[in-house]
Design a protein around this ligand. Structure first.
Ligand code: ADP
Ligand code: MG
Length: 503
C-alpha cells in the first residue's frame, strides 16, 4: 500500500542523471514529485526549461516498470525528433531492448505503414509517439486503449478540438459515461460556485501530463480536465511559485507589529481561530494599523483592502477560508503572515484514529509478521471501520501505541494523545496568494510564519521542501529592504503587456 515517495524520488533523480547525464533542473524536480505522486498536472513554463525532456524521461522510466505511455506532439518533426532522442537515451540502458518505442510518421513508406499499423493495433509498444492529428484521426482505436501516462507536448494544439479532449481522457481510462456526466455537472447551473474539484476516486486511471508555455484555453471542455483530474490548464494552483518563507520563532504581538510596520501594505494575516484573531486585530488597531477582518463584513472589508484603504486583512486559516481560497489579487497582495502554523489534530486512540493512522500501523505490523502479511496479501481493505476491527483484533493496545510512537516520532504528539500535523495544503494555498501567475510572469511573494514549536516547524518545512522545493530563512538572515524591492519590481513588470499581445 505504501510507496516511499522519497525513495522513489531519489530513484527517479538518479535515473534522470544516468539517462541525460545532467541533474534535474528546479522545474523538473517539482514535476518529478508530482509525477511520482501519480498526479495529473500541467507543466506551464516558458520554452526551453525542459518540459519535453522531462516527458521523455518519464515515459522511459514507466516503460522500465512495465507501464505504457503515449507521447503526443503538435507536429511530425517534433515527434520524429523526440523519437530520436528517446532512442539515444535508450543506449544508456542496460536492457535497451526491453523498451519498445513506436513512432507514427505520416510520410512513412507503405510497408513501414503496414508494420506500424500491425504493432499499433496489437499494442506492441511501451511508448507510442504520435501527433495531435493522429489523435483526431485514430480516436476510435486510441479511446479503447489504456495508457498509464499520456504526455501531451504543447497542449494548445490539442485543445483546438474538443473531441480530442475526450479521446485523451479515454486513453487514461475514463469512460464516455464518466465524461458525459462530468460535462453535465459543468453545464448545470446549480453547481456550487467556487467549489474545488469533485473527487472522482480516479482509481485505475492513468496520468495525464500536458505541457504548455501559455495555456489559456477557452470554453467548457478544458474545464473537464479540472472536473475529472483535478487540475486546471493555464492556472497555477500549486506548483510554480516564487515565495520566500521566513520563520520567526518567538511569537509576540510586538514582533508582529514590528513586522507589519516594516512591510507596511498588502498583507494577509492568518490566524487559526476567530477568537484569537479578534484579540490580535484589536491590538493592531490600537497601534494605528489599518486592518480589516473577514469575520466582520467580508465583502466590504475586502473592497477596502482592494482599494488600498486597508493595509492588512485578517482571516482564519482553514482550507476553505475566504482568504485562503477565494481571492486572486496579485497586484495588492504581497505578503502573508501566519500567526501560527495551520494544523490538523488527530486522535491516535485505536477507536478514534483516522484511517491513515490505522493504515500505517497495520502495514508496519504486517511487515514484522510475514505469515499474516501473506494472509492479507490479496485483501483490499476498503472500509475504515473494517480496518479498525482488524487492527484491534491483531494488535494489542501496547503494541499499537509502540508502533504509533515509532511511526510518528517525527511529528508532535500532545499530552492528551493528539497527533499534530501541519496543514500543508492550507499553508500552500494561503501563501500562494502572494505569488501568482500573469501571462508568463510570476509575482514574488513573502510568507512569514510565527511558530515556536520546532517539531511542527520542521515537519512543515520538510513537507514543503518535498512538494515545492522551497526553502526557509530565519528572521536574522533576511534583508527586508532588498526583499521588498524584489516584491515591488515583480509587480511592475505585470503592467508590461508585451506578453499578452504576443499570444
Ligand atoms: P522545453 O520542452 O521546455 O522547451 P526541452 O526539454 O526541449 O525544453 O529542453 C530545452 C533544452 O534544455 C534542451 O537543449 C535540453 O537538452 C536542455 N535540458 C533539458 N533538461 C535539462 C537539464 N536537466 N539539465 C540541463 N539541460 C537540460
Ligand atoms: Mg518542448
Amino acid at each position: 500500500i505504501y510507496w516511499n515517495f522519497h525513495q522513489n524520488y531519489k530513484m527517479f533523480e538518479k535515473f534522470f542523471e544516468h539517462i541525460f547525464q545532467k541533474p534535474l533542473t528546479g522545474y523538473q524536480r517539482t514535476w518529478a514529485r508530482r509525477f511520482l505522486l501519480s498526479k495529473s498536472f500541467t507543466l506551464v513554463a516558458p520554452t526551453g526549461v525542459g518540459k519535453t525532456t522531462f516527458g521523455l524521461v518519464a515515459s522511459l522510466f514507466l516503460a522500465l516498470n512495465g507501464k505504457k505511455s503515449a507521447l503526443v506532439f503538435p507536429t511530425v518533426s517534433l515527434a520524429q525528433q523526440s523519437f530520436e532522442r528517446l532512442e539515444e537515451f535508450k543506449t544508456k540502458l542496460e536492457n535497451a531492448n526491453a523498451v519498445k518505442i513506436l513512432l507514427f510518421n505520416s510520410s512513412m513508406t507503405k510497408s513501414r505503414k503496414e508494420e506500424f499499423e500491425k504493432r499499433f493495433i496489437s499494442c506492441d509498444f511501451d511508448i507510442l509517439i504520435i501527433t495531435t492529428q493522429f489523435v483526431s484521426k485514430r480516436k476510435d482505436v486510441l479511446s479503447k486503449m489504456f495508457f498509464d501516462l499520456v504526455f501531451v507536448d504543447d497542449v494548445d494544439a490539442v485543445l483546438k478540438s474538443s473531441k480530442n479532449i475526450d479521446t485523451l481522457l479515454q486513453m487514461i481510462g475514463f469512460s464516455e459515461d464518466e465524461i458525459e456526466k462530468a460535462t453535465e455537472r459543468l453545464r448545470s447551473k446549480n453547481r456550487e460556485n467556487g467549489q474545488d474539484t469533485v473527487s472522482n476516486g480516479s482509481k485505475n486511471k492513468g496520468m495525464l501530463i500536458v505541457s504548455s508555455a501559455t495555456a489559456k484555453p477557452q470554453g467548457l471542455k478544458p474545464l473537464l480536465f479540472r472536473e475529472l483530474l483535478g487540475f486546471e490548464i493555464g492556472r497555477f494552483t500549486f506548483n510554480i511559485r516564487n515565495i520566500t518563507n521566513i520563520r520567526i520563532k518567538k511569537k509576540s504581538k510586538e514582533k508582529l507589529l514590528e513586522i507589519i510596520n516594516i512591510l507596511k501594505d498588502g498583507i494577509l494575516l492568518f490566524v487559526n481561530t476567530e477568537e484569537e484573531g479578534k484579540e490580535i486585530v484589536k491590538f493592531l488597531l490600537d497601534n494605528s494599523i489599518k486592518i480589516g477582518a473577514t469575520w466582520n463584513d467580508f465583502e466590504k472589508e475586502f473592497e477596502l483592502f482592494k482599494e488600498g484603504k486597508l493595509n492588512v486583512i485578517c482571516g482564519v486559516s482553514s482550507y476553505y477560508g475566504k482568504l485562503i481560497r477565494g481571492i486572486d489579487l496579485p497586484s495588492r497582495i504581497k505578503y502573508c503572515i501566519f500567526w501560527e502554523t495551520p494544523c490538523f489534530r488527530f486522535s491516535i486512540d485505536m477507536d478514534k484514529a483516522p484511517r491513515f493512522v490505522l493504515e500505517r500501523v497495520f502495514v508496519e505490523y504486517l511487515d514484522n509478521h510475514p505469515k499474516l502479511k501473506e494472509y492479507f496479501k490479496n485483501v483490499e481493505i476498503l472500509q475504515t471501520e473494517k480496518l479498525r476491527q482488524l487492527v484491534s483484533k491483531y494488535i494489542s493496545k501496547e503494541d499499537y501505541s509502540k508502533i504509533v510512537n515509532k511511526i510518528f516520532s517525527h511529528l508532535k504528539l500532545t499530552d492528551d494523545g493528539k497527533l499534530v500535523i501541519p496543514d500543508v495544503p492550507t499553508y500552500i494555498q494561503g501563501s500562494g496568494r502572494t505569488s501568482r501567475m500573469f501571462g508568463m510572469r510570476l509575482t514574488k511573494g513573502v510568507s512569514i510564519l510565527f511558530e515556536e514549536d520546532d517539531t511542527i516547524f520542521e515537519s512543515l518545512k520538510s513537507r514543503l521542501m518535498f512538494l515545492l522545493d522551497e526553502e526557509w530563512m530565519e528572521e536574522n538572515e533576511v534583508d527586508f529592504e532588498s526583499l521588498m524591492e524584489e516584491v515591488k519590481v515583480s509587480r511592475k513588470i505585470q503592467n508590461d503587456d508585451f506578453y499578452q499581445n504576443d499570444t
